[in-house]
Write a protein that binds this ligand. Structure first.
Ligand code: NI
Length: 177
């Protein structure tokens, strides 16, 4: 296992469309281990997508439970080739990103989603997510299509904010994904 360096905006690799995982083999499970270690090494990090470490494959890990204000959530989830098969509602909320460490933004996301993905054993599964957890899934899935929250904001002038309160190099309240 290894903590991997995070690509930062405007790295061109963050704009690429990632390829589906064809087979959950040792390379993929090794990448999952590294992504887990990288996620849990970063305070406040609730999600990470493989392209953020330069691996252009459709794999994300989320853990909404790392945010005390997350509300109902399912904790750690490993999503391979995730698809949003249903979405309902719309909520505006602030989000952050490991690849844009000095910014947050107000982004509209669906309130409730149904997701289909493979797990780390290559089995298909489905789950429902709402509110904060749904936002994390949608944010990470965007990374697989080369999209950052800057691509989702209504206005770069009024909906994007510099992080202000830093404690030991990390801002205290807003989580990152
Ligand atoms: Ni992100």
């Amino acid at each position: 296992m290894a903590i991997l360096p995070i690509l930062l905006y405007p790295d061109e690799r963050l704009k690429q469309i990632s390829a589906p995982v064809a087979c959950v083999d040792e390379t993929v499970t090794g990448l999952i281990d590294d992504l887990l270690e990288t996620l849990y090494d970063s305070p406040g990090c609730v999600g990470i997508a493989a392209p953020q470490v330069g691996a252009l494959v459709r794999l994300v890990i989320i853990d909404a439970s790392r945010n005390a204000k997350a509300g109902p959530n399912q904790g750690r989830m490993i999503l391979i080739n995730p698809e949003i098969i249903h979405s309902v509602g719309e909520v505006m909320a602030r989000e952050g990103c490991l690849s844009l460490p000095h910014l947050t933004a107000n982004v509209k996301r669906a309130q409730h989603i149904k997701v289909r993905a493979l797990n780390e054993r290559g089995e298909t599964w489905q789950f429902d997510a709402s509110d904060f957890e749904a936002r994390v899934v949608l944010h990470e899935r965007d990374h697989l299509d080369g999209l950052l929250f800057l691509d989702r904001v209504a206005s770069l002038k009024t909906d994007v904010f510099r992080r202000k309160r830093y404690v030991g190099g990390e801002e205290k309240t807003n989580s990152k994904a």
